[in-house]
Design a protein. Structure first.
Length: 435
């Protein structure tokens, strides 16, 4: 059965290659030829780029991406991985070609004559690749996407070699005098955006209207617009687009897109693409968390081995840990607890009922298997409190919502539960009682 599945997957890889290879050569070549006829083709080059050396031998790693492109379609281990990788490669060609048409650029100076094997490789390149199709660099987009794919299937020395070789490919676009630095920057951005929009696991959900956080959404969107304004008004302010994008994504999360924007997987890790795109927001969130944790208790035991605390930075005494943050990966502690589970919930927003059920179920499992459990979010004030309150209700440790909240507040006075939290807990209790 396993051999049959492998053969089917290989044939599917062949079909993807038969689609992608002709599409690449047709779209890339046609756009290149068309741009050569335009009279609005410009240049974008920094003065320091004239110091970049021409290294003929780097044409070898530059060319190697063609081989790695094909191989990447045959290392995938399941249908979903292959299909999403194929969609990423398809999107790479389309996004790059759209960029080439919207912002036609060309390389700024002629390449030196090269002889020998390296010269022959340059000649083959020049037969179909004119000095256009610059930004975003399709080579950089593909290098990023292929590196992501290969890194999932290698470890140890192989992982180091994989990173080194794709790093060399990225450098080669400059040292072969094929691209300028702006092409590398825009290609890197496009590559990360593609890998973010087409995640390898999970799926995007539609907007949901249960407990929408419109006020928070407006604040983050206002912050995004302010960053865009700075980007437009400040010389060389293009980097302000990065925090603008991060804040816009967070705003969409609070409008109803949910915690999926952080792409936290089953192991409790944010995807690399999400960590890069959301980096400005994540940095501020980390600073804010450290600031507000100064006057908070690290953790407080609430009932029979169940404790509530903030995001731990050092080893914990509890045997198990339930992570309720969406914006952070599971903590990497010097000494990890015996069991770690994760249920991603948005900060400062009331969870949905099905999320509360999932978190309570996970807490029940952890508590059945371990004597002590730390339930944590960022500060240990809301998400952790509402989940533990629901657990107390589910386990009939408290008669009603008020008793559960009062018990928790008595042990951890700093908790913050809103009216929406209380309504949710009452719905949870009514569901437990079959009402």
């Amino acid at each position: 059965m396993r051999n049959r599945e492998t053969r089917t997957l290989r044939w599917r890889g062949v079909l993807w290659l038969l689609l992608l290879a002709p599409l690449f050569f047709m779209t890339y070549g046609q756009v290149n030829t068309f741009t050569a006829t335009r009279d609005d083709v410009g240049h974008f080059v920094y003065g320091w780029e004239s110091a970049i050396p021409f290294l003929p031998w780097t044409i070898v790693p530059y060319w190697s991406i063609d081989l790695l492109y094909g191989l990447s379609l045959f290392i995938c281990t399941n249908k979903q991985e292959l299909n999403r990788h194929g969609l990423r490669l398809l999107a790479a060609s389309l996004v790059a070609c759209i960029g080439f048409l919207l912002y036609p650029l060309q390389f700024s100076w002629p390449r030196p004559e090269t002889t020998g094997v390296f010269g022959w490789l340059f000649q083959q390149l020049e037969q179909f690749d004119l000095p256009y199709n610059q930004a975003p660099s399709l080579h950089i987009i593909l290098a990023w996407l292929l590196w992501l794919r290969f890194r999932q299937h290698v470890s140890g020395v192989g992982a180091a070699l994989n990173t080194a070789w794709f790093g060399l490919i990225a450098v080669s676009v400059l040292t072969t005098w094929q691209h300028h630095f702006i092409d590398v920057l825009s290609g890197g951005f496009a590559g990360v955006l593609i890998s973010y929009c087409i995640p390898m696991t999970g799926q995007w959900r539609g907007f949901r209207r249960e407990f929408p956080a419109y006020r928070l959404a407006r604040r983050y969107m206002l912050g995004a617009l302010l960053c865009v304004g700075v980007a437009l008004l400040v010389p060389h302010g293009v980097l302000w687009i990065w925090p603008a994008l991060a804040l816009a994504l967070v705003s969409l999360a609070y409008l109803g897109l949910g915690e999926g924007i952080f792409q936290k997987d089953a192991h409790g890790n944010l995807s690399l693409s999400a960590r890069i795109l959301l980096f400005p927001y994540l940095c501020v969130a980390r600073i804010s968390r450290r600031y507000f944790c100064r006057n908070l208790s690290h953790s407080d035991e609430i009932y029979s081995g169940i404790s509530i605390g903030y995001y731990p930075q050092t080893s914990i005494v509890q045997q198990a840990m339930l992570d309720l943050t969406a914006e952070y990966s599971v903590p990497r502690l010097p000494v990890m607890p015996r069991a770690v589970a994760s249920v991603a919930l948005l900060d400062l927003k009331t969870p949905e009922l099905h999320q509360l059920r999932q978190a309570v179920s996970m807490l029940q499992i952890l508590r059945q298997q371990h004597a002590t459990v730390l339930v944590h979010c960022a500060l240990g004030l809301s998400r952790s409190a509402v989940v533990v309150a629901a657990w107390l209700i589910q386990e009939r440790k408290c008669a009603d919502v008020k008793d559960a909240v009062d018990l928790i507040r008595g042990r951890r006075p700093s908790i913050h539960l809103t009216l929406e939290h209380l309504v949710l807990l009452q719905r949870f209790r009514d569901e437990r009682d079959g009402k």
